[in-house]
Design a protein around this ligand. Structure first.
Ligand SMILES: Nc1ncnc2c1ncn2[C@@H]1O[C@H](COP(=O)(O)OP(=O)(O)OP(=O)(O)O)[C@@H](O)[C@H]1O
Ligand SMILES: [Mg+2]
Length: 332
């Protein structure tokens, strides 16, 4: 392989995980406040909440690095995720041991307990956790991370400072992708460059992890030379533009059978992606004015049913038939 200059060995999401507060893209308000807490040494318990791939774990690791000396890292930082916390006794004993272990010299050194995926911790265990947080001494601080804060019980929320992370804007995602492309010496044809980044952003939906993975995948699959956004869309589980247009046309002409045939040609169908793409194309569908609300809530229903394990293709077909019903009647 020798002459391969581009680094494909390590996942870029890890290679370009921000190491300092300054490097964390776009979460300015949250990060400014955090920096202050950490530098003053009066850290509260904290909850980081927000969508996937927006920098929660990265920020928690930066805090741990800033607040705890390297040589004490393993004794003073405890990282757990939800699967570790299914058994309450395990949580109790691990946390208890961790808190009571003291280095002889530094009795009151800060200890951090980082709980990832806290929204998946069963309620009963959360209740136990609440007691543990309540009783913990001043030098022990918790950082909980979650995507859905409404799954965390109130008594825990009220004991923590909540930091909300948001999806990254298009500009910020593209800026970070350009930064990585430059570091990796990627050769992106200039005429296609903007479109390429726009496509990556579309795929990501503001999730920087997804954006970076899509970039690395495009390189790994050697899609950069003859840059074709449709290929990138396809390998990322979206409809390419011509398939999408064909489907929209079939819906507009109220042809359910042909719509189904089009959908059948899609090999890597990802239902969630499909919903996002269709919602983005709604204005091309001439939905009858009085039907728009209903249509949008139908999207919500389908999304919910899929999340509960319903058959994806059946759900998507039902969405398509709903769209056909709701679009403007053809003139006779
Ligand atoms: N705000 C950001 N600034 C810079 N890089 C980011 C940011 N958010 C995400 N990334 C990139 O995405 C990767 C994943 O981010 P991170 O693990 O912090 O996400 P998360 O918010 O914890 O997501 P999840 O909810 O899925 O756990 C990082 O390694 C980094 O490459
Ligand atoms: Mg995380």
């Amino acid at each position: 392989m020798g002459k391969l200059l581009i680094d494909l060995e390590s996942p870029w999401v890890e290679k370009y995980r921000p190491q300092t507060f300054e490097e964390v893209v776009s979460q300015n308000l949250a990060v400014e406040n955090l920096k202050e807490f950490v530098s003053k040494g009066n850290m509260p318990h904290m909850i980081f909440t927000g969508p996937a791939g927006t920098g929660k774990t990265s920020t928690a690791l930066i805090i741990a690095k800033h607040a705890i000396k390297k040589e004490n890292y393993f004794s003073n930082v405890l990282e757990l995720n939800a699967s570790d916390t299914v058994r309450m006794n395990y949580v109790r004993s691990v946390i208890k041991n961790f808190v009571s272990q003291n280095l002889a010299l530094e009795r009151n050194a800060l200890k951090l307990i980082i709980l990832d995926e806290a929204d998946n911790i069963p309620n009963q265990v959360q209740q136990a956790l609440r007691r543990i947080i309540e009783k913990s001494s001043l030098n022990v601080k918790f950082i909980l991370m979650c995507n859905y804060i409404n799954r965390i019980i109130d008594p825990i929320i009220s004991r923590c400072a909540v930091f909300r992370f948001t999806n990254l804007s298009k500009d910020k995602v593209i800026e970070r992708l350009r930064f990585i492309a430059k570091k990796e010496n990627l050769n992106i044809p200039q005429t296609e460059e903007n479109k390429f980044y726009e496509t990556l952003f579309f795929i990501s939906g503001g999730d920087l992890r997804k954006a970076i993975n899509a970039l690395q995948m495009s390189v790994a699959l050697e899609l950069l030379k003859n840059l074709d956004s449709n290929e990138i869309l396809k390998v990322s589980g979206f409809l390419d533009n011509s398939t999408l247009n064909e489907l929209l046309e079939n819906i507009r002409s109220k042809n359910l059978i042909r719509s189904r045939k089009t959908l059948e040609t899609v090999q890597t169908l990802d239902a969630r992606n499909f919903l996002r793409q269709m919602i983005g194309s709604l204005n091309e569908l001439d939905i009858q004015p009085g039907y728009l609300n209903k249509t949008l809530s139908y999207f919500g229903d389908v999304d919910y049913r899929i999340s509960q394990g319903a058959d994806e293709r059946i759900q998507l077909m039902s969405l398509i038939s709903h769209l056909i019903k709701s679009s403007i009647k053809e003139k006779e």
